[in-house]
Design a binder for this molecule. Structure first.
Ligand SMILES: [Zn+2]
Length: 261
């Protein structure tokens, strides 16, 4: 009885993996045909590099919830506290490196005529991996912005002073889109243009629940794109997309590009 049960399970796993192989083969063909590819990435691709979400218990700092720190109100009230949190996150992120999924996407960019990588992640790992055409819709934790002259600069110093200042004397803040703030208009416009023009949209490691990313798959689909989702679990978009592949980004994404270029 046990042996039969075991055999049945083996067969089921085998069937599932061959379905996955077929799906990956289909994506390879789509990538080969595409002249315009847009990619959307989220926390799932960073999780494969050991980046915590900063929402779960492992991401809490001094028992503050991110909502209590990531807002302009919190920063106005206590900039040192907010910078303390960002210094802690920068210190943690400085130890993280891109994984094979980041590198595969950076390589893909070099082979596709029109390419844009839209990311919700602020850790900068795509840029470290070599991606150049990146729309960071939520900002980048390695950039600072002056609260007076608005100049944005890259700054990888860890830790920064608790009240870092610009050359103009103004207080610097993280170049991050905080709760209650609008997303940068130019980056959004660039993203929606890419979504409307692409033949292929790859959604990697995001459940797509948060606006505006939630609208990305429907927009691309309405404009005729083939939409592929790679995520650990099914998402609210799984029924809308053309292909939904469950698995780790660091395993699936390199497989999707293997032998394509
Ligand atoms: Zn300034």
């Amino acid at each position: 009885m046990n042996i039969l049960h075991q055999q049945h399970e083996d067969r089921a796993i085998g069937e599932r993996s061959s379905v996955k192989d077929d799906a990956i083969q289909q994506v390879r063909a789509r990538i080969q045909q595409a002249t315009c590819v847009t990619v959307l990435t989220g926390a799932g691709i960073s999780a494969d590099s050991g980046v915590p979400t900063f929402r779960g218990p492992e991401g809490l700092w001094k028992n503050f919830r991110p909502e209590q720190l990531a807002s302009s109100k919190a920063f106005e009230r206590d900039p040192q506290l907010v910078w303390g949190w960002y210094n802690w996150r920068r210190e943690l992120l400085a130890t993280k490196t891109p994984n094979p999924a980041h590198f595969a996407l950076a390589e893909m960019e070099g082979h596709v005529r029109n390419f844009l990588l839209i990311t919700q992640n602020v850790d900068g790992l795509h840029i470290t991996a070599g991606s150049k055409r990146v729309a960071e819709i939520h900002g980048n934790i390695w950039k600072v912005r002056c609260t007076v002259c608005q100049q944005v600069t890259i700054n990888r110093e860890v830790p920064l002073p608790l009240l870092p200042s610009c050359s103009c004397g103004g207080l610097l803040r993280p170049h991050i889109v905080w709760f209650g703030e609008t997303l940068p208009a130019q980056v959004l416009e660039q993203s929606f243009n890419a979504l409307q023009e692409c033949d292929l949209l790859l959604i990697i490691g995001t459940s797509g629940l948060v606006y505006p990313a939630a609208s990305f798959a429907p927009v691309a689909k309405d404009h005729g794109a083939y939409v592929v989702e790679v995520n650990l679990d099914p998402t609210p978009h799984s029924d809308l997309v053309d292909l939904s592949i469950q698995g780790r980004a660091k395993d699936i994404v390199p497989q999707m590009l293997s032998g394509v270029f």
